[in-house]
Ligand binder design. Structure first.
Ligand code: NAD
Ligand code: TYD
Length: 336
């Protein structure tokens, strides 16, 4: 039994990770989350009564509060998901990205060092490597060349984790994963946005020529990879995680239309995202060879399963699309 402090456990990937740990381990979980627009306790309503699970509403930017939380719960391991995670929002305003992703990560590193956490797992992204041309894949040795305020802030946090290991001898590991999809993803990201819009008969806004490529991975495969790194990864190491499923955006959008029986007329090409990275693709050889992890789902099977989940959980996404979401949608899409 390990006492694991998970940050951002009320978000998309964090909630899937908390559920996976409760199902497959005997570990105790403390979920620390500020419940921003992206955090939703409904994502974990099925496990909230589990005696091995505790929720703490707290902001990782607040050093005094984090010191208290770490003193009270004395975690052995930290798995750090909490972040501002959406590129488009970082284009509109980068402030919260720097505060949560950079400052918040340093606050957690300091709190972890003070109570002698045995391992700090930092969940990062392929976007720190920048953009690829038509060929090649990112390895852990690819240069860090972030292009968006989001990816620049994630790169900043990766470097602070690296420094904590090198300067203070902290046992820290970094995971860098490609684009996730699956249940409980906030419908501002490509796949859930397109599914929800298609189900409502609304336009599907495709940026630019729609030929940007992402390497898609099901969230459960990502969570299994993070957990393999938590248990078995080498201290100070970086592990790339990819889905081996490169797809052009327009192909993904057409697959979603096929699943819901919608027509091509719903597709609307809109003004491109500024600085839009053209292509991401991950080389996950290291985690596959060292830790024996590999993705278990094909993209087509995972997408269909995810589509069904959104059909079956319409009340969930209708609720999160009400209120403040409308204001964001207006700001992001009105001028395109
Ligand atoms: P998300 O936006 O769905 O969830 C983020 C969570 O962090 C929310 O619950 C939110 O309330 C919480 N949070 C935000 N600011 C906080 C703060 N100051 N204090 C405490 N909690 C705060 O994000 P996600 O898609 O689940 O991503 C989780 C992590 O995985 C992020 O670090 C992201 O960079 C990384 N990642 C995401 C993807 C992806 O495709 N979604 C891919 C690779 C890596
Ligand atoms: P997104 O889900 O925002 O992830 P990221 O930018 O972190 O990769 O976007 C995935 C791809 O889909 C990206 O190339 C941008 C594109 N996209 C659209 O074409 N339209 C949209 O409305 C959104 C949200 C994304």
């Amino acid at each position: 039994m390990t006492r694991i402090l998970v940050t951002g456990g009320a978000g998309f990937i964090g909630s899937n990770y908390v559920r996976l740990l409760l199902e497959r381990s005997n570990d105790e979980i403390v979920n620390v989350d500020a419940l921003t627009y992206a955090g939703n306790l409904e994502n974990l309503s099925d496990v909230e009564d589990d005696p091995r699970y505790t929720f703490v509403r707290a902001d990782i930017r607040d050093a005094a509060v984090m010191a208290q939380v770490f003193d009270e719960h004395r975690p052995e391991v930290v798995v750090h998901f909490a972040a501002e995670s959406h590129v488009d929002r970082s284009v509109l305003d980068a402030t919260a990205f720097v505060q949560t992703n950079v400052v918040g990560t340093q606050v957690l590193l300091d709190a972890s060092r003070r109570v002698r956490v045995a391992r700090f797992v930092h969940v990062s992204t392929d976007e720190v490597y920048g953009s690829l041309g038509p060929t090649g894949r990112f390895t852990e040795d690819s240069p860090l060349q972030p292009n968006s305020p989001y990816s620049a802030s994630k790169t900043g946090s990766d470097l602070l984790v690296r420094a904590a290991h090198h300067t203070h001898g902290m046992d820290a590991v970094i995971t860098r994963c490609s684009n996730n999809y699956g249940p409980y993803q906030f419908p501002e990201k490509l796949i859930p946005l397109m599914i929800a819009n298609a189900l409502e008969g609304r336009q599907l806004p495709v940026y630019g020529d729609g030929r940007n490529v992402r390497d898609w991975i099901h969230v459960e495969d990502h969570c299994l990879a993070v957990d393999a790194v938590r248990r078995l990864g080498r201290a100070g190491e970086v592990y790339n995680i990819g889905g081996d499923a490169e797809r052009e955006n327009i192909v993904v959008v057409r697959q979603i239309l096929a699943l819901c029986g919608g027509g091509e007329e719903l597709i609307q090409f809109v003004t491109d995202r500024p600085g839009h990275d053209r292509r991401y693709a991950m080389d996950s050889t290291r985690i596959q060879q060292e830790l024996g992890w590999r993705p278990t789902r094909t993209f087509e099977a995972g997408l269909e399963e995810t589509f069904r989940w959104y059909v079956d959980h319409r009340a969930w996404w209708e609720r999160v699309r009400s209120g403040a979401y409308q204001e964001y949608y207006q700001r992001n899409y009105a001028g395109r």
